[in-house]
Design a protein around this ligand. Structure first.
Ligand code: ATP
Ligand code: MG
Length: 580
């Protein structure tokens, strides 16, 4: 195929769009790939649509290769199925809701678990039909609070979502493994640098959910990794190794000390270092109590004390993940007022136990560790409070912030944090949705069996932005060959008629060899054409210009910047290998 820039529906922009912060956003707009319609809502112009279609092709090929079957469900969906799973409400303001002329409620699908469960229920009724995996590449709608970076976080976007249906756990694990492999091949082919992070802590089922994060300093997701072992996890999923129990015998007894005006850890540490304790004290030697309240979906609010070393903050996202499905919020002033035994700044484990409040401690608070902690009276702390002797937590909780340099849970080294953009998510869902709709089929033994589901997403339109984010330089985009909008960008430089005719011939020959050619046959100056070629980012640029009369053309690799003049025949040979 030959695409002529003289007629292509394309206008490149010299200036960055005012609202673009990330390079991918700037370049995709400037190079004429996408145009903004509304916040988080974008149009695809010809070159952008081509890249999007290439990404979709790779995604489909890898899904088909694991035996997944493509179907397509509507984006406009009735309320009832989502009402049944409670997601009509649970999704909150993220859901686009609308009403038809008869007053019926509809939504624009943010993800389709409900509809796939119902679709399978409608079509299949015997164990012989399983396992089955269905997928779609489809437009999704989410009223994101902060749409971002053009198509990176859109309110309308394209997702590949697939759903596996198996009759038992082993089947689900196998379907999950197939998806994991397909995603690896997909992202490898797309040339994305990524890591797979566990999205859930071991306590909740190990690898039951993993995210694929494209590495990018501009990512919104923070993850930690261990460079020695390759361990990588979401911060929420990191587990802190539990402290081994230490002997308690011989430890000095606990004693309550006057610590006037020490409601903060800093003030307490200052006091401890001037109190003649015979040792240097740091914040890590203090045990602070953070108070929250939690509520199970059908339950009442309950107070919870979280004990952790004074040099760490509670990471509320980690605490929330650890307490799921309970909701967690910090205590307010009025909560303190209602529980006057909680003396702010001086709360310790004892008052919690005396008042029947659950107390969970950081795993570093092991048996035999000694702490300076609150004595539950203004201006007083307990020194040498020993865990397992003077107080005993009701359990441990991983709620402290994770820091660079913390030990890796696999014991192999230390953790460092990095940022990423979520490009895929695989999840062993279980029977939540088949339960909701009582999806049952006939088992081999004649009894009913309820399928178990996996759900798997890929951000197809987001990937276009992610690849642009990872593959660009200050002059423009640099597409990997697999997704590029053309194979060769052929520039006619200069007014030499012979060169122009030669370039046309070269384009025709390349086309015949199956190479997709973007031919710059415009009447613009060579400078403008070179700048556009670099901006547009086709992997190879071939310039037909001054050298033509000597039988030479210039071939340049957009990625490495390397290249030079070569004889036309050699160029033809070189470039035709770019075709498919
Ligand atoms: P995020 O944490 O980035 O909001 P998510 O966890 O809500 O994503 P999933 O429900 O797991 O997303 O959706 C599957 C995939 O769809 C994600 O891995 C991501 O690549 C993509 N995706 C999700 N939301 C958007 C969006 N607003 N715009 C573009 N792609 C998105
Ligand atoms: Mg996700």
């Amino acid at each position: 195929m030959i695409t002529r820039l003289s007629t292509l529906f394309l206008r490149t922009l010299r200036d960055d769009p005012a609202d673009a912060e990330l390079p991918s956003h700037r370049l995709l707009v400037r190079a004429g790939y996408i145009r903004r319609i509304a916040p988080g809502v974008y149009s695809w112009l010809p070159l952008g649509l081509r890249v999007l279609r290439e990404v979709e092709r790779v995604v489909r090929e890898e899904m088909d290769a694991i035996g997944a079957q493509e179907i397509s469900l509507p984006a406009l969906l009735p309320r009832e199925p989502y009402e049944k799973t409670n997601r009509w409400t649970e999704y909150g303001p993220g859901l686009f809701r609308l009403r038809d002329r008869k007053g019926n409620d509809y939504l624009l699908g943010p993800t389709h678990e409900e509809l796939f469960a119902l679709t399978v229920q409608g079509e299949l009724n015997s164990y012989k039909d399983f396992p089955v995996t269905l997928y779609q590449v489809q437009t999704k709608y989410r009223d994101e609070e902060r749409p971002r970076a053009g198509i990176l976080r859109g309110r309308e976007f394209i997702m590949k979502d697939s759903y596996s249906f198996d009759l038992d756990e082993d089947g689900l694990v196998a379907s999950y493994a197939l998806h994991r492999g397909a995603y690896q091949r997909m992202f490898d082919r797309l040339g994305v640098r990524y890591v797979i992070v566990s999205a859930m802590s071991g306590a909740m089922g190990g690898s039951a959910s993993e995210e694929f994060l494209a590495e990018s300093p501009n990512g919104e997701d923070t993850f930690v990794r261990c460079l020695e072992s390759g361990y990588a996890a979401n911060v929420e999923a990191v587990t802190t190794p539990a402290a081994a129990p230490r002997p308690i015998d011989g430890l000095p007894p606990a004693r309550v000390c006057d610590t006037p005006d020490t409601p903060t850890i800093d003030a307490l540490v200052d006091w401890a270092n001037s109190a003649g304790l015979g040792r240097a004290v740091t914040a890590a030697d203090t045990l602070k109590t953070v108070l929250v309240k939690t509520k199970l979906p059908a339950g009442e609010w309950q107070l919870l004390g979280v004990g952790l070393p004074g040099d760490r903050e509670v990471d509320i996202k980690r605490l929330a993940a650890a307490m799921e499905p309970a909701e967690v919020v910090l205590l307010t002033e009025s909560d303190f007022a209602r529980n006057p035994f909680l003396i702010k700044g001086y709360v310790g484990p004892k008052v919690l136990r005396d008042n029947g409040i659950k107390y969970l401690a950081d795993p570093r608070v092991g048996i035999g560790t000694a702490w300076i902690t609150g004595a539950d009276e203004a201006g007083k702390h307990v020194v040498d409070a020993v865990c397992g002797r003077d107080f005993t937590p009701d359990g441990t909780v991983d709620a402290a912030e994770v820091r660079d340099g913390d030990p890796s849970p696999d014991g192999a080294g230390v953790l460092v944090s990095a940022r990423g953009i979520e490009i895929g998510h695989i999840f062993q869902l279980g029977r939540k949705y088949t339960d909701a709709f009582s999806v049952d089929v006939l088992g081999a033994d004649g009894k009913k069996v309820r399928p178990t589901m996996g759900s798997y997403g890929v951000g197809v339109s987001r990937l276009v932005a992610v690849i642009a984010e990872q593959c660009h330089d200050e002059r423009g985009l640099r597409w990997p060959a697999e997704v590029a909008p053309a194979d060769v960008h052929l520039v006619i430089a200069g007014k030499d008629e012979a060169a122009r005719a030669g370039a046309e011939q070269l384009a025709a020959d390349l086309d015949a060899a199956g190479v997709r050619v973007l031919l710059d046959d415009r009447k613009a100056s060579p400078g403008v054409k070179f700048a556009d070629a670099e901006l547009i980012g086709v992997p190879v640029v071939c310039i037909v210009g001054r050298g033509w009369k000597n039988g030479l053309v210039e071939v340049r690799d957009r990625f490495t910047g390397s290249g030079g003049e070569v004889p036309v025949a050699e160029a033809m040979d070189l470039l035709s290998r770019r075709g498919s």
